[in-house]
Write a protein that binds this ligand. Sequence first.
Ligand SMILES: Cc1cc2nc3c(=O)[nH]c(=O)nc-3n(C[C@H](O)[C@H](O)[C@H](O)COP(=O)(O)OP(=O)(O)OC[C@H]3O[C@@H](n4cnc5c(N)ncnc54)[C@H](O)[C@@H]3O)c2cc1C
Length: 461
Amino acid sequence: MAEEVDLFVIGAGSGGVRAARISSGYGARVMVAEEYRVGGTCVIRGCVPKKLLVYASRFADEFEDAAGFGWTVPEPKFDWATLIANKDKEIARLEAAYTANVEKSGAQIVKSRAVIEDKHTVRLLENDRKITARYILIATGGAPNHGASIPGIEHVISSNEAFHLKMLPKRIVIQGGGYIALEFAGIFAGYGSDVTVIYRGDNILRGFDEDVRTHVRSEMEKQGITILTGCTVAKVDRHGEEFTTHLSNGSSVASDQVMFAIGRHPSVANLGLEKAGVAINPKNGGIAVDHFSKSSVDSIYAIGDVTHRFNLTPVAIREGHAFADTVFGGQPTPVDHGNVPTAVFSEPEVGVIGLTEMQARERYQRLDVYKTSFRPMKATLSGRATRSFMKLLVDGASDRVVGCHLVGTDAGELIQIVGVALKMGATKADFDATMALHPTAAEELVTMRTPTARHVRQAAE
Ligand SMILES: Cc1cc2nc3c(=O)[nH]c(=O)nc-3n(C[C@H](O)[C@H](O)[C@H](O)COP(=O)(O)OP(=O)(O)OC[C@H]3O[C@@H](n4cnc5c(N)ncnc54)[C@H](O)[C@@H]3O)c2cc1C
């Protein structure tokens, strides 16, 4: 006879773990299946290991900058193997903590791939066990895309493998212009690797504000990162330990590693969705869900990257929590996906919230733009040729700040707090009324007095 639970969660990543713990807390009998490692993408091969590598890569500039402040630093040496071993130790610690927290909540973890048999049944492939569940939650996340099957694609790594390279590549080619590609470009450049970014569009960071795209690109190029746009990788040849990447524009680049970071797809394949009648969203290939994360089947919900809504850890966690509140807590809770702050941990760092200037110009009759680009104070003595950038977008009618775009040190930290203000509906007058904190970069946000541009949409004739 099949075992029975109230909730079966497929995938112990950011969203699945939160949903399991909270549902368990409401008294539900919960089972969670994980086919790889508890913690999911964010903890095992996403945000957390990425940020550790980012921290490591930034020491190079710190050592260099120290000289201008009177320090003599002996020539620093970097050891990739030490970094990776320490990172792996920390990830293992976090995985154990996640496992313990799930188990402490009363939920049971099973290490197996799980597939859906019907609206209320899940099968564990590890031992062919069948479990019946009142509700099934799909939290299977996403996986890297490799794009078209070009010759030599088998030589190409994704971010998954980049975390486990045996050696630091002296030269690396990275295809992609999104946040993962640029973060790894900054990471490897920080360790002294020669980095070439290949992107098919006309500029990196598609979807971001145009000024941010231009600023980040020029700052990355200043650091010696080569960014080739308007072309793609057509073929990769291997000669022993070396690779030649042939580009669609006829040129080629030699390197020791080739990585693609050209997007991720929701993990919906071979899950048994069709058996249960779970519909896919034709617009994005993820599982189609309503505001409560319910799929086209009443007993099956989906959260996080597998729905391809807003592929960020805090969003998956919030959706997991809201699912538990809705289904087991008796409090129907939709997730508000508006004004989600986001960061790119490239070098320089990016933090954004709200609309881009183009989006805001389309939405508002009158838009005031405040922007500034300045040399950060630290760069005066260090002599580093870098500039920070800030932009506020203000709806001329209501005075509300509808977008904030930051590039520079700690932009991710800053945008989190700006997010609180925007969520509360802060106006430009509120920003102006806030006392500046001197000397900081963030004070620029409350001292930009005169709009650099005002766009007024003409009424249609
Ligand atoms: C390199 C990289 C950097 C990132 N950096 C950031 C960042 O800085 N900030 C941020 O907010 N987000 C970041 N993200 C995105 C973030 O990791 C995801 O949005 C988040 O992990 C999504 O959580 P999830 O619960 O939907 O899925 P996941 O965390 O991906 O978890 C899904 C889990 O399901 C398991 N699984 C899949 N299918 C099955 C099955 N059939 N049976 C059993 N188990 C299964 C998988 O093994 C996985 O453990 C990054 C992602 C990557 C790849």
